[in-house]
Design a protein around this ligand. Structure first.
Ligand SMILES: Nc1ncnc2c1ncn2[C@@H]1O[C@H](COP(=O)(O)OS(=O)(=O)O)[C@@H](OP(=O)(O)O)[C@H]1O
Ligand SMILES: [Mg+2]
Length: 557
């Protein structure tokens, strides 16, 4: 019998409640306390981990703690890959925490500029090196294809000798800890050549293969250098679809309530309190594999402890809130990455009332998967092409947690076309929506058709569900999306134009008092947009409403 236990939570009772997030990442009045987290009671004990199928690469040090429990409802595929990926990401989180601590205490000596002016730190290269090294050791470098964000160009220059030394040192410090994560270390330190090789083994060319890993070593580099949220994102893609996703979120705590404690306070408090696996300053690692319908969240381990797989993981579920007024959407912190004014208009038009949750990096995906928010909107500048490593891990985790991820047109994201997400609907945009029963809400149909709200612009009888993401009668209707692109709503017969905006109408198909009744969105629910911002190019009108086809038979804003 396993002697391992799940550590209990240590939470100081007299902690000041502080809402002042750096850069307003979690704005004041943010709902963090008001959204209900729909967590299942399951522990991680149902998760299959077959130690017999693992290679010697996994050290024997935590054999006692491995669970031999099998589970019929979780597919067994990728269990070895998942375990190694989770261990590697935990190790990378520790590396990043160390570098971030140094960064915050030593000024910006460790921050460098890439050609696109985004800051890149020692952590980016070091994480890429260690993940590449770990995967190559596990499978043989010739068998592993990794697509990752960083290259070695800047690091190989004669002028970057000091930088390279710092990366090599960081990599070796981290790998020296490998046994604590149940991974075999290199034995002797890697030299600069080996580190550069590990980094450059990750090539963009691999993105066209049928099976490859995709890594964003530090997603949300801005958040990282500002001492805020960031993520380490590792996914395995097979035949164009993510099959494994692991998201390391070193500043995203296990408990939603802890989000309201400012990062710096959490760090100080945790040093004053006893360390457990859920100390206040500890972040988390989220993971899932395709088809299981389950996603998990683990606390980062304390620095002096050994990592035990898969102890302390708890199942997470996407939110089940279905009232837009209670829902929250996430979006990037930086306006340059996504138009805040556009999303504000869209949010208003669909009845979202809460302040947006602006958070750096793929932690937005973590927030949705954990049920801290319901929707993710990102509308990048025209011409910007989304990269696969900024989405792959998060998409899978959300989907397995019960959410839906599509582009603005309701189509699933396509990871089969190389380094970029090609063919995103019109502008680059992604949506992550809450858990919803597709059959009840008309999503299945729109997904099959390969479109969503915008698809219904061409609806010529006004009878079909609009809104693409969610049909009438439940969930959020997001008709504003189609309208905001200039298409309006409804169609030549079913729609009604006012001020350049076509109002949708719907004939209710739900059995009950509303069956057959025609509902039309009130005109006041719509307003026109000329542009969302320089360079964004969103035109047309926007607006939307919710149709209650179940009980009250009314359409309201
Ligand atoms: N102009 C522009 N538009 C849209 N997206 C861009 C743009 N430039 C960069 N990126 C990519 O966005 C990643 C950061 O996205 P976020 O959603 O985390 O944005 S934000 O940091 O919260 O503002 C960021 O990831 P990292 O580079 O890993 O930080 C980039 O891949
Ligand atoms: Mg990124």
């Amino acid at each position: 019998m396993s002697s391992c236990t799940t550590a209990t939570t240590s939470f100081p009772t007299k902690v000041p409640h502080i809402h002042s997030w750096k850069n307003d990442v979690f704005p004041k009045n943010q709902l963090l306390g008001t959204l209900s987290l729909s967590s299942k009671k399951n522990s991680h004990l149902g998760f299959t981990v077959k130690t017999s199928s693992q290679t010697n690469f996994l050290s024997a040090m935590d054999e006692d703690c491995k669970l031999e429990v099998s589970s019929s409802d979780i597919p067994d595929g990728y269990s070895k890959e998942l375990e190694i990926a989770v261990r590697a990401v935990h190790m990378a989180c520790l590396l990043c925490q160390r570098v971030q601590d140094n960064l915050l205490s030593e000024s910006s000596e460790h921050v460098h500029s890439k050609e696109d002016n985004s800051p890149v730190t020692i952590a980016d290269w070091s994480v890429q090196a260690i993940v590449s090294w770990v995967l190559s050791e596990a499978y043989g470098s010739e068998n592993v294809s990794i697509v990752a964000e960083e290259d070695v160009e800047a690091l190989s220059k004669a002028s970057a000798v000091g930088l390279l030394e710092a990366v090599v040192r960081t990599v070796n410090e981290c790998l020296a800890d490998a046994p604590r994560f149940g991974l075999k270390g290199p034995g002797t330190d890697l030299d600069a050549k080996a580190v550069l090789e590990a980094i450059s083994r990750c090539s963009l060319a691999g993105a066209t293969g049928s099976k490859f890993w995709v890594l964003d070593p530090v997603d949300g580099t801005l958040g990282f250098v500002r001492g805020d949220q960031y993520a380490i994102a590792l996914a395995l893609i097979e035949d164009g679809e993510p099959v494994l996703g692991v998201l390391g979120c070193p500043n995203y705590p296990m408990k939603k309530e802890w989000l309201s404690y400012q990062n710096g306070y959490r760090r100080i408090l945790s040093r004053l309190t006893s360390h457990t696996s859920e100390s206040l300053d500890k972040g988390s690692v989220l993971y899932a594999r395709k088809g299981g319908g389950r996603a998990w969240m683990q606390p980062l381990m304390c620095r002096e402890n050994n990592f035990v797989w898969p102890n302390s993981a708890r199942e997470i579920r996407a939110s089940s809130i279905d009232n837009p007024a209670l829902a929250t959407f996430c979006e990037p912190v930086e306006k340059a990455n996504s138009s805040h004014s556009f999303t504000a208009g869209l949010a208003h038009s669909v009845g979202l009332r809460n302040q947006p949750l602006r958070v750096y990096s793929m932690v937005k995906y973590a927030a949705i998967a954990r049920g801290d928010a319901e929707i993710f909107m990102k509308f990048a500048r025209a011409g910007y092409k989304e990269k696969i490593w900024d989405h792959a891990a998060g998409v899978l985790i959300i989907e397995e947690a019960g959410g839906v991820v599509t582009d603005a047109g309701g189509r699933p994201l396509d990871f089969s076309k190389g380094e970029y997400l090609e063919g995103l609907d019109r502008v680059t945009s992604t949506f992550a929506t809450r858990h919803i029963n597709p059959k009840n809400h008309g999503v299945e149909k729109t997904k099959k058709e390969g479109s969503g709200g915008a698809r219904n612009n061409g609806n010529d009888n006004g009878d079909e569900p609009f809104g693409g993401f969610f049909g009438p009668g439940g969930g959020f209707n997001i008709p504003g999306l189609g309208g905001a692109y200039g298409g309006g709503f409804g169609g030549p017969k079913g729609g009604y134009a006012k001020g350049g905006v076509i109002r949708p109408s719907v004939v209710c198909k739900d059995k009950g008092p509303c069956l057959g009744k025609k509902l039309r969105c009130p005109a006041k629910c719509f307003k026109s947009y000329s542009r969302a911002g320089k360079g964004y190019g969103y035109g047309g009108g926007s607006g939307g409403c919710t149709m209650d086809c179940k009980k009250k038979c009314v359409a309201y804003c």
